[in-house]
Structure formats: C-alpha cells, structure tokens
Ligand binder design. Sequence first.
Ligand code: HEM
Length: 206
Amino acid sequence: MALSGLFLIFFLLQHLTINFTSVFSPETFNELSHFMGTNFVVQAILQPVLAFGVFFHLAMGIRLELMNRKARPVKYAYSKPGANSSWVSRNMIITGITVLLFLALHFYDFWIPELKIKYVDGLMDDTTRYYPELLHKFENPVRVGLYVLSFVFLALHLLHGFQSAFQSMGARHKKYTPIIEKLGTAYAVLVPFGFIVIAIYHFVAH
Ligand code: HEM
C-alpha cells in the first residue's frame, strides 16, 4: 500500500509539472503532452504500470479498511477518536474514494477522449490540439467546481498518506521523521493547490 502510494505521489508531481505548463506556455504544454502521449516507453510501459498502481492502491486500500473493521467489529466502549488519531487518518477510505470518483470523471474528460483521438480518429500527429482541448474542459463551472472540491479531498488524503507511507515502510528515525512530516504537509498542500490554480486559471482567464 505504501509503495503504490509513493509511486502515485511521484506520478502526481510529474502530472502537475506537465499540466502546469499550460498556465504559462501553451506551446510547451502541447510539446510535453504530445511527447507523453506518443512516446513508446511512456505509452507501452509507464502507463500500464500507472494503471496497475492506481488499481492496486485502490484494491489494497479497500481490503485493509475491511480487515481493520473486521479486527474491531465492536467500537471501543469509551473512545475519544480525536484523542489518539486525526480525522484525516481515520477517514482515508472516504478521501480515497472521493479521489477515485474524481479519477472516473477525469478519465471520462481526458484519458478516454485521448485514446479515441489517437487510436480511433488517428490524429496521432496533431501536436497543437492538446491546449485547446484542455481549455474547452475548463469552460464548464460545474466541472471546475468538482475538480477543485476533489483536489481538496486529495490534499486531505495526502496529509496523512504521505508521512504514513514512510512510516509503513519503517522509515522512522527521530532525526528524519519530523523532516518527512514537514515535507509531507508541504506536498499535501502545494501539489493539490497547483492543480486548483490550473483549473481556476483556465476557467477565469478564458
Ligand atoms: C487541473 C488538473 C489536471 C489536469 C489539467 C489533468 C490533465 C490530464 C490530461 C490532459 C490527461 C490525458 C493525458 C494522456 O492520456 O495523454 C490526464 C490523464 C490522467 N490524469 Fe490528469 N490532470 C489533472 C489532475 C489529475 C489528478 C489530481 C490526478 C490524480 C489524482 C490525475 C490523474 C490522471 C491519470 C491517472 C491519468 C491517466 C494516465 C495518463 O494518461 O497520464 N490527474 N490528465
């Protein structure tokens, strides 16, 4: 679970970097999107690995949640959940499923049309289409609202997920753990915020 989580954390950073170029250089965004969309290694190796990573993280997350519930069928007679765990750590399944629902919408918006344009319409060589396609998606205020709300839940998921992944891997050390926690909080705030900036910028600016 931690390993697939760290892999997705790395994916999000590259995904943010590529999509953020759409805010300041449409040409760069088109070039990078075309490279990612047509490069053999990306398409034939990295994308299937990513798809497996997303699916594995989801399946493992649900399995661990069910095991935890089975392990503690009867709620503690007296429990002050806030006393020994944070809301985000107790509700990873809620924030995780919200991100999954976002991915379903996101695949419908971007990935599936991308596959159709490339492999059905055969527009593999059109290198200028990516930016106008992106702008078109962010004209709809409901979609922008749903994306922004999803990115807030993504931030909540990462707030616990980032540092917890390192803990699960046994990377606990009184010198490094505080650094990992600070890095995790910075990542959990800045990366989703970056995605929010992209969505709102394209909605407001165009
Ligand atoms: C404003 C924010 C975002 C934009 C503009 C954006 C844009 C895109 C685009 C254009 C594609 C199609 C790429 C292709 O297939 O060639 C894509 C695919 C994808 N996106 Fe996003 N994305 C955003 C946020 C996210 C977030 C937050 C996640 C994860 C939680 C995510 C996960 C994915 C995945 C897994 C794919 C399919 C794999 C891939 O093609 O890279 N995206 N996105």
